[in-house]
Design a protein around this ligand. Sequence first.
Ligand code: SF4
Ligand code: SF4
Ligand code: SF4
Length: 317
Amino acid sequence: MPLLVFDLQRFSLNDGPGIRTTVFLQGCPLACFWCHNPESQSLSPVLLHYDARCLRCGACARVCPAGCIAVDAASWSIDRSRCTLCGRCAEACPVESVVLSGRIREDDALLDRLLPDLPFYRESGGGVTFSGGEPLLQAAGLARFLPRLKERGIHAAIETAGAVPASELDLVLPHADLFLFDLKHVDPAAHRAATGADNRRILENLARVAASGTPVVVRVPVIPGFNDSEQVLGAIADRAAGLGIGRIDLLPYHRLGSSKYTALGREDVARDLVPPSAERLEALRRTMERPGLSVRIEGAPAPADDPRRDASPPASR
Ligand code: SF4
Ligand code: SF4
Ligand code: SF4
């Protein structure tokens, strides 16, 4: 199967060393209540409508074969139960007010999008990062595609939440140069309550990646009321240090994904969370330090010997 991609971001400085292209793959087995990419969770394409951009021109309604869009001078609405996700409305919209998230990309076409930036990857020590959603849900497609990067000398990173069978991870592991591995909580019940799944597989897969020798950075989204305590983050630090992992990045909660919930016709249940202050984050960061473990906060300068020091820190998922 070709890869199902919902976004592609060139010149990313957030998802691994150097200048990168980040390829966002559709589908995620988790449902984190704070998710900044809710359009990525579905295993099939989804339709978003950003009302603030809408011109009420009606072009989308005119091409919809299912007749499920209604537009007048004051409003835009859709009957999602009748939408077949054909994408014609998105193609007709002049301002990307209506957008279809998730499109099949044939391998050759995807490679054609990536290769023009090869000089930037080489110059900066960058490459390509597969994120999501959960890229390992498309492990077979990645295992087929990643060697095409490797044969061109392009560094490949996988940003994963790790909630997949080990057999899927094993398909990708030999082809990845770096894992950016999300770890949100070490307690199974707390993890299940916040994400819809316990973390047994995640912890096992993190240990598997660490034991493989492939470089791994643990990334922790810091979510108010869920894991922003010395106790919870300390347990994560202990787990990482115990696996011989040398680096944790803290990714503070932010509200940038909120408009996507409205565009999907969903409620943003995390909209009232208050992002942690810089002082609080720094205090938490200090409590996580362990021998051999470097802990960074998104936005803080990297140490001089850090291979990613020319890159901005990663965006919170
Ligand atoms: S995706 Fe197709 S069926 Fe759905 S609203 Fe758009 S045009 Fe209509
Ligand atoms: S085509 Fe785009 S701008 Fe025009 S009504 Fe539809 S969503 Fe709005
Ligand atoms: S793992 Fe990431 S993409 Fe998946 S639901 Fe959680 S925050 Fe969203």
